[in-house]
Design a protein around this ligand. Structure first.
Ligand SMILES: Nc1ncnc2c1ncn2[C@@H]1O[C@H](COP(=O)(O)OP(=O)(O)OP(=O)(O)O)[C@@H](O)[C@H]1O
Length: 299
């Protein structure tokens, strides 16, 4: 891949606030042209990473490249190609939707007001409504229409659906995926919601306690990981590759492995792993690098 085929690259990135490190040793290469999910629990460092990606924060260590350019040295021209939707969709509540669109147009060189108007008309959101009188789901849609009207090459969204009910969440993701399908925009979004990721994402980053514990193309990651199920007493897991997680019941052991072959002992079966289970297994692991990767049998 050439430089510009990566929407975002980070190399050894760390961010230290006064209280301590929010992000440590973060090295990522995220490809252009798809949907990337950034997943992690509260306080994992997701917002910090996204704010570094859009140039709102400077790294304490390492480098951040967005659309092939070092973000700390980026010109307004590069940053105008990046859209950012912060948590809670900040909008001026007293403005009408039309006024919000005029404001967006005044602030952005490449703003396509007609595109935003068409999107909102499709969703039945009146332009003369005051933003504060709209439902949470409608406000999220207005914020998304504004962000998309900027016609960004990279759109970064910080937990865009966290405050929405399941229906509004579904509608929001549908509009977002529609925009991706129309082409040209790479989407990077953070989320706590893991069960819908497989349907909407191409690439995954799992962040835990400020460290990247898993990253890659989702189909590749699912192909590399397997669940091995066998008798509880078995100890012969030498061929099992990297053990991500082992769960024991009275009679059985279930082991999630990466790049592992079936143990030679009788009674073992391999099963595919669902994306949600894969993510949860990585979130349950300690994030310290010294214990993050264990080869052989986990106890
Ligand atoms: N401006 C700040 N000043 C000091 N500490 C901060 C600041 N912003 C974040 N932190 C700390 O950095 C760590 C990571 O926070 P961050 O908001 O990036 O995590 P997050 O994964 O987005 O969390 P959440 O899901 O709760 O939004 C937390 O311990 C947080 O308290």
């Amino acid at each position: 891949m050439t430089e510009t085929e990566f929407a975002l690259r980070t190399d050894g990135v760390g961010k230290r606030y006064r209280k301590g490190w929010a992000l440590r040793d973060c090295t990522l290469s995220l490809p252009s042209g798809g949907v990337i999910a950034l997943v992690g629990p509260n306080g994992a460092g997701k917002t910090t990473l996204l704010r570094l990606a859009v140039g709102l924060l400077a790294p304490s260590t390492g480098t951040v490249e967005v659309l092939g350019h070092d973000v700390t040295a980026s010109t307004s021209q590069t940053l105008s190609r990046v859209g950012f939707l912060a948590q809670d969709h900040p909008l001026y509540k007293r403005f009408t939707v039309a006024e919000m669109l005029r404001f967006g147009q005044a602030c952005n060189l490449r703003f396509d007001k007609g595109l935003a108007e068409r999107r909102l008309a499709k969703l039945g959101i009146p332009l003369d409504s005051r933003v504060g009188t709209l439902s949470g789901g409608q406000q999220a849609q207005v914020a998304l229409a504004l962000a998309l009207a900027k016609r960004p090459d990279l759109l970064v969204l910080d937990e865009p659906v966290a405050s929405l009910d399941p229906l509004a969440r579904h509608e929001f993701m549908q509009v977002l995926m529609g925009a991706v399908a129309e082409g040209g925009v790479t989407v990077l979004f953070s989320s706590h919601v893991v069960h819908e990721l497989e349907r909407v994402c191409d690439h995954l980053v799992v962040l835990n306690q400020g460290r990247v514990t898993l990253t890659g193309d989702i189909d590749t990651l699912l192909g590399e990981h397997r669940l091995l199920v066998g008798p509880r007493t078995a100890t012969d897991l030498d061929r099992a590759g990297t053990v991500v997680q082992a769960v024991h019941s009275d009679r059985h052991t279930t082991v999630l492995v990466r790049d592992g072959a079936l143990p030679a002992a009788p009674g073992w079966q391999a099963q595919p792993v669902a994306l949600e289970d894969l993510v949860l297994a990585y979130l349950r692991r300690p994030a310290e690098p010294s214990v993050a990767v264990t080869s052989g049998v986990a106890v």
